[in-house]
Unconditional design. Structure first.
Length: 127
């Protein structure tokens, strides 16, 4: 009777370990896909790119115009902020297309890959 209980318990533990391993592998795949996943439709991607570019230009130009009005200067600041807004819009498009999403600042890709590889090795070691 004790041996039967142990065998049943070992089977349950093995089944649970297998299910956990399958779940972890699905989660790992989903995390990888989420990072680099672009919008599913081409129209959605085009809409996001357009919005990012237009918003950068409009916001930059408005800020420059507001500073020009406040300081009483010629449209010099409006032109400067127009180009800054354009650059910001292009940077946002680049981040959207490379899968960085709304990540701010410098991203050390070597470090991210090393962390992912380390997690994969640990997962494989448990299997």
């Amino acid at each position: 009777m004790v041996n039967e209980d142990r065998a049943v318990e070992q089977t349950r533990v093995a089944d649970l370990s297998k299910r956990i391993a399958e779940f972890e592998s699905r989660q790992q795949e989903e995390r990888r896909h989420r990072k680099t996943k672009l919008p599913t439709g081409g129209v959605a991607l085009a809409g996001r790119v357009t919005t990012e570019l237009v918003a950068g230009v409009v916001v930059g130009t408005f800020i420059g115009w507001a500073f020009d009005n406040w300081l009483g200067t010629t449209p010099t600041l409006m032109v400067v902020f127009f180009f800054l807004g354009s650059a910001a819009g292009m940077m946002n498009v680049w981040r959207a297309l490379t899968g960085r999403g709304m990540a701010a600042g410098f991203v050390n890709e070597k470090s991210l890959r090393a962390d992912e590889d380390k997690a994969d090795e640990q997962k494989i070691g448990r299997d």
